[in-house]
Unconditional design. Structure first.
Lengths: 136, 390
């Protein structure tokens, strides 16, 4: 049968430290070395002060569900067999928001505000996707 | 920072939409995107009584399913036999048509062009083409793909923060379909009830099938010129009283700011036109998905965010309500012409020729929305224009 691979992140120089982090079991974000603004997604410059100097910082990996959806009719054929599946945006303790999936929880039980923590799903040698599970 | 309102007000009523045209549209897999763009352009010239050789500016919307097509605008102009003094392909999705009116106004005001054609065509087939993926590293790997997933997230937040219910979304969908029922060109004309909406299948929870716009092969166009020249043309005058545009990073704005993303676009348009939300007699809201309509109602000052659900449930968007909206059916029911349907209907309301005419309409608003929700932070453009009799 016709089978399509799921699209994986096209990692580049700007984002490589983030994906190195997930491989090592760490969720990372950049902190501006000049104005201390914490940012995600990765960028070569700070959207607040335009500084090009930043340091990668380890995040707590804890947060709350900001929003979630359940996809019944995927827009990409590679996800057809997964449906219905959830996608959430988690607001991390540090204030950043990230797209992810919630594991270890039935879609019907998902709630905005639910406390969650990061888990890592290894896809291949390069890509490890951060997902989140409810904090029991 | 911000707009120079004194200069903007000089433009009030000085620019007119002289011609509107829609191609055939619906499920028409055999026609090319170019074919639709040309057909719509021809219809707009015929409608406005504008000679091809009087057009010296051409703006063309980049169709979403074509990917990269360098020089698309110039090719459309060439097929129309036009040698433009200014030509551009514009790429803000559904915010583009009103953005084109803004651009045309600048070109005319600056003396770079006299009459500007704005056109668009889209062919979604052949079916089975994998949606273009833009290389997002942070959402697409989770299957969060396309405008619909983003709008479902927006809907979830509206439900959480403002008490919006699925039935409220249903009231929007029912109202727009009722309007489409009187529009002979509309792609979907069969009326449905709130119960039908609630029974329609979930596409991306919380959005149901009837919360989603149609998929449309087709095109639209309009012709923009000076009010002075438009007075000599056959159609009743429809002037541009005001317009505004703003680009917003949606990860933050519509959810954290009480007014929501896009409000500056309307505020600029109101200031330029010298009117406020209470003066708007009919509006064509960009309606890719019902939560977007809900969002626009508060962002553009028609009601408070917590009031938007009850506002639509009370039938206020229906003809005869406080704010008749999408009187041709909108993207939800007329068809997805990326906002050109909205322009055409906004102009018809001023001319007095709509199939769902608001009696004595002097001021009509149209809105646009589009951009790149596929790559965090989702970034979108909002456009607003206010039309009048002049």
């Amino acid at each position: 049968m016709f089978q399509l691979d799921k699209p994986l992140p096209a990692i580049n120089e700007d984002t490589a430290p983030y994906w190195e982090g997930t491989r090592a079991g760490e969720l990372r974000a950049q902190r501006c070395a000049d104005c201390a603004h914490l940012r995600f997604p990765p960028s070569i410059l700070c959207p607040r002060c335009l500084s090009e100097h930043a340091e990668w910082q380890r995040l707590s990996g804890r947060g709350k569900i900001f929003t979630y959806i359940v996809v019944h009719r995927p827009q990409h054929p590679a996800f057809f067999s997964d449906a219905p599946y959830n996608v959430a945006i988690v607001e991390l303790e540090e204030g950043l928001r990230t797209h992810t999936a919630i594991v270890g929880c039935a879609n019907e039980d998902l709630r905005v505000g639910m406390p969650v923590e990061v888990v890592y799903e290894k896809i291949d040698d390069e890509v490890t996707l951060p997902k989140f599970k409810p904090v029991r | 920072m911000g707009t120079d309102d004194m200069k903007l007000r000089e433009l009030r009523d000085k620019i007119a939409i002289a011609g509107i045209g829609l191609s055939r549209f619906g499920k028409l897999p055999g026609v090319s995107a170019m074919g639709f763009a040309l057909e719509a352009a021809k219809r707009a010239m015929e409608d406005g009584g504008v000679a091809r050789d009087d057009i010296d500016g051409v703006l063309v919307l980049m169709p979403p399913v074509m990917g990269e097509q360098h020089g698309w605008g110039s090719r459309v102009a060439a097929y129309l036999g036009i040698t433009p003094a200014f030509c551009a392909t514009m790429d803000m999705g559904g915010a583009t048509p009103i953005g084109m009116i803004q651009t045309a106004a600048m070109l005319i005001h600056a003396g770079m062009c006299r009459t500007v054609l704005c056109t668009f065509g889209c062919q979604n087939n052949p079916q089975g083409v994998i949606p273009m993926l833009f290389g997002s590293q942070f959402s697409i790997p989770y299957g969060d793909i396309g405008a619909i997933t983003f709008m479902a997230h927006v809907g979830r937040r509206q439900m959480h923060e403002h008490g919006v219910k699925s039935e409220h979304y249903g009231a929007i969908a029912v109202a727009f379909r009722n309007h489409a029922a009187t529009n002979p060109q509309a792609q979907k004309r069969e009326r449905f009830t709130l119960e039908d909406h609630q029974q329609s299948r979930l596409i991306v929870d919380p959005l149901r099938l009837l919360d989603c716009c149609l998929v449309t092969d087709g095109g639209g166009a309009c012709i923009v010129t000076s009010t002075e020249r438009a007075r000599d043309l056959p159609q009743p005058l429809c002037v541009v009283k005001g317009f505004g545009q703003v680009h917003s990073s949606e990860v933050i704005r519509p959810w954290d700011d009480g007014r929501g993303g896009g409000s500056e676009a309307a505020e600029t348009a109101y200031r330029m036109a010298g009117v406020g939300p209470r003066d708007i007699q009919v509006v064509q809201l960009y309606d890719g998905f019902t939560p977007l309509v809900m969002h626009e109602l508060s962002a553009y000052g028609f009601c408070k965010p917590d009031e938007a659900g009850p506002f639509v449930a009370a039938g206020n968007l229906e003809l005869g309500g406080r704010l008749p909206a999408n009187t041709a059916g909108g993207l939800l029911s007329e068809g997805h012409l990326s906002g050109f349907g909205h322009i055409a209907e906004g102009v018809r309301q001023i001319r007095g020729t709509s199939h769902s005419q608001v009696p004595g309409c002097e001021i009509s608003m149209i809105t646009g929305y589009g951009g790149a929700p596929h790559e965090p932070p989702p970034t979108v453009a909002y456009t607003v224009a206010i039309l009048g009799k002049g």
